[in-house]
Design a protein. Structure first.
Length: 91
């Protein structure tokens, strides 16, 4: 089907998408989501799952690294670690 697509005539959104992921994958996205409104989350990683990963991967010296890795602020990482320490103290 990609050989049938006139890329020059594509809607601006689909033209940009085809440049980003290729025409074939753009068509797959179009077929799956055409007509729908899609909201793209600001963060790539789910907040709850990232919090679990941060708590697991923290080594005492890598807050900034974890913040960058999961796309959250260093303050957020500190809060997660603090909450995790409080939970450990309670139980």
């Amino acid at each position: 089907m990609t050989e049938e697509i006139d890329v020059a005539a594509l809607h601006q959104f689909y033209h940009g998408l085809s440049e980003l992921v290729g025409v074939e994958d753009m068509v797959k996205i179009y077929q799956q989501y055409k007509g729908m409104q899609i909201t793209i989350p600001t963060h790539l990683y789910d907040r709850k799952l990232a919090a679990k990963r941060v708590a697991t991967e923290y080594n005492g010296h890598n807050q900034q690294f974890l913040a960058r890795k999961y796309g959250y602020s260093q303050k957020w990482v500190q809060r997660i670690l603090h909450e995790n320490n409080q939970d450990k103290e309670r139980g």
